[in-house]
Design a binder for this molecule. Structure first.
Ligand SMILES: *Cc1c(COP(=O)(O)O)cnc(C)c1O
Length: 372
């Protein structure tokens, strides 16, 4: 059985170092807001290339806190609009609606599956305050046109970098340092994953960083003095210590993912399957390797029958979710988003797959639809 992602093996790859660092925290007796968190924040800011990194409890909180901080800073207020790709994971949108802001959905490009930069400008109204791009599947969503639109319209550019840690733009900036602020998730299955929930905000904006830090700590800048109605959203010392170890191997792990992806792209040739466009390879850290086919459910069953586990990212688009009934016009049509959700299948693509497993997946994909 080839698992989609076997976390046990991901951890075991650096098991000795992880166990040592965990023991040190356990024995040290200091579990929150200590040295491990401070160290990881510094290391991650250096790695991403921003002045500040503020850790928090998870990726959804990171995005929520960025928007909330902008509201506290007077940059936006309830009812204002944030542009976001229609095919993103629900968390990007929950961060917007959780602050009483309005998500304006923009379709992705059918080739890159990233927000279509040509459709952003027409979605802007006088209430628009930000564009949230999502480096979905680990692929670069930023384009110069997006940067240009944000500058011309005075909009904040926020990056959802939950899926693209370590992705480098051609300007030699990493995702997470391209916009005004970025939210990162260290959910265990992400390219940089903790052993539980964790997240972070990166930014060069000192005021934003301080506001996020206070909001994540009950709204307090000084002990027992509360400036905002904040929340408790902190990364604990254990997760920070583990992330410091894993950050050292992130580039290596991403490189291995890219080698796996390269093999899929070079060696799978089946007219029934739409593989990522070739230029995808240079602009992705392959958090997810998406294959599109109208026969998606059949492909998933066939792979399962042959011992390969796959995942659908994602089965139901946000605008069709029950929680958002009444949010947008009932007859809103998003054909590209809807097609992606009907046709997408994610095949295993990670640093712990063996060569034999990769060969098995390739040969199964090449045989799909040809045996009957
Ligand atoms: C995982 C993810 C999040 C949320 O991160 P959590 O740490 O699970 O809260 C947000 N956006 C995207 C695109 C994600 O993939």
């Amino acid at each position: 059985m080839i698992k989609y992602l076997e976390l046990k093996k991901v951890t075991a790859a650096h098991g000795r170092e992880i166990n040592e660092t965990v023991s040190r925290v356990v024995e040290g007796g200091w579990y929150l807001q200590g040295e491990a968190v401070a160290r990881f924040e510094k290391e991650y800011a250096d790695y991403i290339g921003t002045r500040h990194c503020v850790s928090c409890a998870n990726g959804l909180d990171a995005l929520t806190l960025i928007l909330r901080a902008y509201m506290e800073m007077g940059v936006m207020k309830e009812g204002d609009e944030v542009i976001v790709p229609a095919n993103t994971y629900i968390a990007s949108i929950l961060a917007i609606t959780g602050n009483g802001l309005k998500p304006v959905l923009v379709e992705p490009r059918p080739d890159t599956l990233q927000i279509d930069d040509r459709l952003i400008e027409q979605a802007i109204t006088e209430r628009t305050r930000a564009v949230m791009i999502v480096h979905l599947y680990g692929r670069m969503a930023y384009t110069d046109l997006i940067g240009d639109i944000c500058r011309r319209h005075g909009l904040k550019l926020i990056e959802d970098n939950a899926q693209a840690h370590g992705l480098l733009h051609s300007s030699f900036k990493k995702t997470g340092s391209i916009g005004d602020a970025a939210g990162h998730s260290f959910y265990p299955g992400k390219n940089l994953g903790a052993l539980g929930d964790a997240g972070a905000v990166t930014t060069d904006d000192c005021e934003l960083a301080e506001t996020v830090r206070a909001l994540a700590n009950y709204g307090s800048e000084r002990k027992y003095v509360f400036r905002y109605k904040g929340r408790n959203s902190r990364m604990d010392e254990l997760q920070a210590a583990v992330l410091s170890v894993k950050l050292r191997y992130l580039d290596e792990d991403n490189e291995r993912r890219r080698i796996v992806a390269r093999r899929y792209m070079d060696e799978v040739s089946n007219p029934l399957l739409v593989m990522p466009a070739d230029d995808y390879w240079r602009h992705s850290v392959f958090h997810i390797f998406p294959v599109l086919t109208p026969r998606r459910d059949e492909l998933q069953q066939y792979l399962a029958d042959n011992g390969v586990q796959t995942v659908i990212h994602y089965p139901i688009p946000p605008h069709r979710q029950q929680c958002y009934q009444g949010m947008w016009e009932r007859d809103m049509r998003l054909p590209i988003t809807e097609r992606i959700h009907r046709e997408e299948l994610s095949i295993p693509c990670n640093q712990i797959l063996t060569d034999d497993e990769i060969i098995t997946v390739i040969s199964l994909l090449n045989k799909f639809g040809r045996q009957s």
